[in-house]
Design a binder for this molecule. Sequence first.
Ligand code: SAM
Length: 239
Amino acid sequence: MAKLYLVPTPIGNLEDVTLRAIRILKEVDLILAEDTRVSGFLIKHLGIEKKLISHHQHNEHKTVSSIAESIAEGKNVALISDAGTPGISDPGFLLVRECIKHGIAIECLPGPTAFVPALVNSGLPCDRFCFEGFLPQKKGRHTRLQNLKLEQRTMIFYESPFRLVKTLEQLSQVFGDDRRASVSRELSKLYEETQRGTLIELIEYFSKKTVKGEIVIVVGGATQTSSLEEESEDEVEKD
Ligand code: SAM
């Protein structure tokens, strides 16, 4: 029976592609790619000669049903994104949901994704965490952050270098200057860097330079006592 394969691709270092990812990409009938030019480079590097079909956030709503049909008719399909694991802040979810609806088998290969190395590098507890991805840029941003005020798990955010300092400032307004956090930049690449400290220390550090590259912010959760204090303060305010 044909399947949908979700195939993670490197987030920077091309050596991070797995042997199984290469085999599956060679074997499938169709490869769907978020940006055919970006993935074309990887596919060529891996020695795979296959036409890539465009599947991105602007067309996925329209194409998921025809892709599911192709798989149901016997074509094995792989989905890749520009970098990392499809479905993680990238297209993937809609296609997976459509395939489940049609009883199509799905296999997501384990592989590169940016949030796992950022979390583990942070030195913050990684036994319990929540992945927040990109915060909304305007509408809903404040509410999303306020809803995290009492979050006790370590929190992970994706961010662009241009908004890093502004976002760190907003995080410190919600969680306090002294909350521990880390910023991982350019994971697996030549200029990989992880800075750890309190939010105020990270703001000071990154305000002094031009920030470039791809960024993951990891923020420690509220301690149980501080979240209880916040809760009782809120209750007093309500009263
Ligand atoms: N699907 C990807 C994954 O599995 O992590 C995420 C894709 S999302 C469109 C791109 C964001 O992921 C970047 O803005 C950055 O926040 C994070 N990211 C991707 N590669 C990274 C890297 N090498 N270093 C740090 N962050 C990275």
